[in-house]
Design a protein around this ligand. Structure first.
Ligand code: ADP
Length: 476
């Protein structure tokens, strides 16, 4: 569309030239004495400006020269009146199909007539031939063969500058811009139809490929970022953090237990030996046994401390109003790759208007994570086609209920009784702490974690359903 801008600039330059010529006329013309005087021919003017067909003039206040239609003379009158106001040439009449345009310029009272201020001002009118205004020598296209259509448009009329070529189908470009000349407010219109076969397919294809490549790179960067963030979160909330913590705990525990147990062993062995003597040294044996009891108590205290850490996390004062839907969404987002890898169909039922619950954010995340992770692991035991996870939320009285239901093998009566007991596990490599820890966390937040009773409805899918109840923030 560079051509369009060039065409607009060239035509605007010519139009402005007309204004300039008009402004010059009062200086070129000899003074007018008689009303109705027709312009004295200006021999050099048409030679320099072949587009000027006619120049009329009159003393202001008198009639335009005879020999022109009344309609035109009225138009000239009106345009001269407008020009007196605006101070520049005005369009009087345009016959664009014929390429004929009349402009009028009113002389200003302060006397532009070569300093002859005493005379009344002179009005001028100019008839232009648009055909001769086109600067073909500077034209950016080959007017004969170019497919571009160029027109000047004004009030529904059009002057065809360049015919170009019209195609019924194909790609259509157009350009509209008004001439930059006050007296000739014509629209410059360029139109170009490009047939489908003419389109620069190669360039377009290259462009599309480059765009697609850039998009692909951006998407993969974004995906990497999401994956990295997910891994970070998993580390914080999930298995890994739990295993790390428990690993450290176990190492610490082993260290702390090692000493009392070694002492216990040494003491009881000593007592055994003493009591086995022919004359047992009962006092020393009693002392050794006393020491053994003390060491056993120490060991028991260490175990008790561990149990307290696992069973009674201190969450007092840390609960805050939270959107349960958001917590569920976050936990599921973290486990999304796991779900996908196992081919599990996910269904989440959550009313949009569920009130906020009162909970500690990390603890809540950990519970949901554990429940979902257990469900995923349980479903490893059934065919991929039958794996469905349903997470639903609803209110139940003054509490919110979160249900996590899977289509795994379900939980038998024996396991039911021991599920929440620390270290109970049926999984190879399992620690058996997930559910007991989750139950303790739920209780510490004033909530409850239970296993839903088995459904005995015939035809119902087997599986397990865990229920987490949490107090609503509004009820406290
Ligand atoms: P872990 O996952 O380390 O075994 P948990 O305390 O999380 O520890 O789970 C204890 C046991 O409860 C599991 O080993 C498994 O036997 C059983 N269990 C938990 N969730 C489910 C479930 N959704 N379906 C079937 N069994 C389950």
């Amino acid at each position: 569309m560079t051509d369009a801008r060039i065409v607009h600039r060239l035509l605007s330059q010519r139009a402005v030239q007309h204004d300039a010529v008009m402004a010059m006329l009062p200086l070129l013309q000899p003074p007018v004495d008689r009303p109705g005087d027709v312009a004295v021919p200006l021999p050099r003017l048409p030679a320099a400006y072949p587009q000027i067909i006619e120049v009329l003039r009159r003393l202001q206040g008198s009639a335009w020269p005879a020999g022109w239609t009344d309609a035109l003379r009225t138009r000239l009158e009106e345009a001269a009146a407008r020009s007196r106001q605006s101070g520049h040439a005005e369009l009087a009449q345009a016959d664009l199909p014929a390429g004929r345009v009349w402009l009028a310029l009113a002389g200003q009272v302060a006397g532009q007539s070569g300093g002859r201020a005493a005379n009344p001002p002179v009005d001028f009118a100019l008839l232009l031939d648009l055909r001769a205004t086109i600067p073909w020598d500077e034209w950016p296209m080959d007017a004969g063969s170019s497919p571009v259509r160029v027109r000047l448009e004004y009030e529904g009329q059009a002057f065809v500058v360049q015919a170009g070529r019209h195609l019924a189908n194909g790609w259509h470009y157009d350009f509209h811009k008004t001439l930059a000349a006050q007296s000739q407010p014509f629209d410059v219109v360029l139109e170009r139809d490009v047939g489908w076969s003419e389109l620069p397919w190669g360039r377009m294809l290259a462009w599309a490929l480059v765009s697609a490549a850039v998009l692909a790179v951006l998407r993969s960067l974004l995906r990497q970022r999401v994956a990295a963030r997910r891994a970070e979160e998993l580390l914080r909330v999930g298995q890994v953090a739990r295993l790390n913590q428990l690993g450290e705990l176990a190492a610490g525990m082993a260290h702390e237990l090692n000493q009392p147990l070694t002492a216990l062993l040494a003491n009881t062995q000593a007592a055994q030996r003493l009591l086995g003597d022919d004359e047992p040294d009962l006092d020393t044996a009693r002392h050794a046994m006393g020491q053994a009891v003390d060491q056993a108590r120490r060991a028991s205290a260490v175990v008790g401390r561990l149990r307290r850490i696992v069973e009674r996390p201190d969450l007092s004062g840390q609960a805050q109003p939270l959107a349960l839907q958001a917590a569920v969404h976050d936990a599921l987002h973290l486990l999304e790759p796991e779900l996908r890898r196992r081919g599990i169909a996910l269904q989440v039922d959550a009313p949009a208007d569920l009130p906020a619950v009162l909970a500690e954010p990390v603890a809540l995340q950990q519970i949901i994570h554990n429940l979902v992770m257990n469900a995923l692991q349980a479903m490893d035991q059934v065919d991929a086609g039958r794996r469905r996870l349903r997470v639903s939320l609803r209110t139940e009285g003054a509490r919110a209920l979160l249900s996590v239901r899977d289509t795994g093998p379900g939980i038998g009566p024996e396991a039911r009784a021991r599920l929440f007991t620390p270290f109970y596990t049926t999984r190879e490599g399992g620690l058996g702490l997930g559910l007991s820890l989750s139950e303790s966390l739920a209780q510490a937040m004033g909530g409850e974690l239970t296993l839903a009773p088995p459904t005995n409805v015939p035809g119902d899918e087997p599986g397990a359903e865990f229920l987490l109840l949490l107090p609503l923030a509004s009820s406290s």
